[in-house]
Design a protein around this ligand. Structure first.
Ligand code: AMP
Length: 285
């Protein structure tokens, strides 16, 4: 499974990535973490990145693309990875497409964690307080001034990726304002609906799922099947249908049920055209 987590600083990408790592046994590839390690180690990349990072700017595209390309080739990334903080610009996304193509790899999903901007500052303040409590070194760029700059660069350089991936039918949006475990469950439901994780029925009636592909290789990580999907209705319905093809009957049932619930939920909320369209279509049938 290969996924991208997209969202502004403080949207919970890092937290969710860590939880997904535990759940599916895949690796988190955080360019921010890798760059911070390079800065701490004083490598040439670190020296190049240090000032830029401290000021809230973006490290040049070729530097981060090089880091990611090397990291993806390492054995622990074979079962899958979560890209956290990469890509951050359209050229980075294009470079990623190219390098995945070259490596014969495909992305399963790009998940946008959507949050209210007003909540971001307090979230970062909480992160800082928690790091201090744990006695950890606080990031030099986690100050209100630098956060403002990071947000500005997110808006101008990273937000266009929402359009980029939505055009390529890869984008799914999840409400990042929900509680941490709710967001994790929503991501899981989404991955299930997309067929990126495989549901597996066990004797005692518990349903578990494993990372697609990795399951066959004996991957031990499994996850509980979520009940309510949280993706835009149209896309998820389509994806679920695709996933249902060839799936065992119990899975098909679960997926159908999940899609029905999701369509209902989306119709209730009613803000998205796609949800309305699906509901209408279904009503006609
Ligand atoms: P993060 O930990 O993702 O918030 O990243 C911290 C900082 O590292 C960012 O503010 C950037 O200066 C730098 N950085 C991380 N990822 C990238 C990237 N994909 N492209 C450019 N700069 C990055």
């Amino acid at each position: 499974m290969r996924i991208i987590l997209l969202g502004p600083p403080g949207s919970g990408k890092g937290t969710q990535a860590q939880l997904l790592v535990q759940r599916y046994g895949i690796v988190q590839l955080s360019t921010g973490e890798m760059l911070r390690a390079a800065v701490a180690a004083g490598t040439p990349v670190g020296l190049k990145a240090k000032e830029i990072m401290a000021g809230g700017g973006l490290v040049p595209d070729d530097v981060v693309v090089g880091i990611i390309s090397d990291r993806i080739d390492q054995p622990d990334a074979k079962a899958g990875f979560i890209l956290d903080g990469f890509p951050r610009t359209v050229p980075q996304a294009e470079a990623l497409d190219e390098l995945l193509k070259h490596k014969h790899m495909k992305l399963d999903a790009v998940i946008e964690l959507r949050v209210n901007e007003s909540a971001l500052l307090s979230r970062v303040e909480t992160r800082v307080a928690q790091m201090r409590e744990r006695g950890e070194e606080v990031r030099v760029d986690d100050t209100p001034e630098v956060l403002t700059k990071r947000l500005a660069s997110y808006r101008s350089l990273t937000e266009p990726l929402i359009h980029y991936y939505s055009e390529r039918r890869k984008l799914s949006t999840i409400d990042g304002m929900m509680a941490i475990d709710e967001v994790t469950r929503a991501i899981h439901r989404l991955l299930l609906a997309l067929g990126a994780v495989e549901p597996k029925t066990h004797a005692k009636g518990t349903t578990k799922s494993t990372v697609k592909g990795a399951a066959k290789k004996g991957a031990k990580k499994a996850a509980k099947v979520a009940k309510k999907p949280a993706k835009t209705a149209k896309k998820a319905a389509k994806a679920s249908k695709k996933a249902a093809k060839g799936a065992p009957k119990t899975t098909k049932k679960a997926l159908k049920k999940a899609v029905k619930k999701m369509v209902k939920k989306a119709a209730k909320k009613g803000p998205k055209k796609s949800a309305k369209k699906v509901t209408k279509k279904r009503a006609k049938r």
